[in-house]
Design a protein around this ligand. Structure first.
Ligand SMILES: [Zn+2]
Length: 183
């Protein structure tokens, strides 16, 4: 049996669902820029969002009156660290549906493949939708063959369950029928 890891990663960062104060466009997009203001030893930090329609910048408060615990603690904000900005945008948008992409190796000719999911940030994609997109099968076909050709390994979950980090599933491809289905 072949064992593979599928990385389920955000394809984009979550918007801030808030109307632009300039043009009333309904959502703002995160940038990789911070704003940091010092008032004595206390700092206020914001993440900058931009209106996708008119480009107006909008500040979203991240931390208020924070004191630097060690020299350099706030450097990611001062230096507009793009990884820190992405983490904040994901944190602030948690719970929102998130477009995702899957990074994986091509499936080989093996009849039984154990797939394990690595998903650092919840994307809230359902198992039947994930498998449908990756295997080129309809969601109903996946539902019909659930627990026969698609067997949860790490916990009991249904086809409509949301994919979790660490989930595993066995793909018994010879049971799936319909001829070759692998990309
Ligand atoms: Zn605008």
């Amino acid at each position: 049996m072949v064992s593979l890891v599928w990385q389920v990663l955000p394809a984009s960062l979550p918007s801030w669902i808030r109307a632009c104060s300039r043009c009333a466009s309904p959502a703002l997009e995160p940038t990789d820029r911070f704003r940091i203001n010092a008032n004595g030893p206390a700092h206020d930090v914001w993440l900058i969002y931009e209106c996708p329609h008119c480009g107006a910048p909008h500040k979203r408060s991240l931390r208020r009156r924070v004191r630097e615990a060690w020299p350099g603690e706030l450097d990611p904000y001062r230096g507009n660290d793009s990884a820190a900005a992405a983490l904040w945008a994901l944190h602030l948008g948690r719970g929102q549906p998130l477009a995702h992409r899957v990074v994986r190796d091509a499936l080989c000719e093996s009849e039984r493949v154990a797939v394990h999911v690595s998903q650092p940030h919840p994307c809230r994609v359902r198992w039947d939708r994930l498998l449908s997109a990756e295997l080129g099968l309809s969601r109903s076909a996946i539902g019909r063959r659930w627990k026969v050709a698609f067997v949860p390994l790490t916990r009991p979950f249904e086809a409509r369950a949301v994919v979790r980090d660490g989930d595993g599933i066995l793909l018994a491809l010879d049971e799936s029928g319909g001829g070759p289905m692998l990309p």
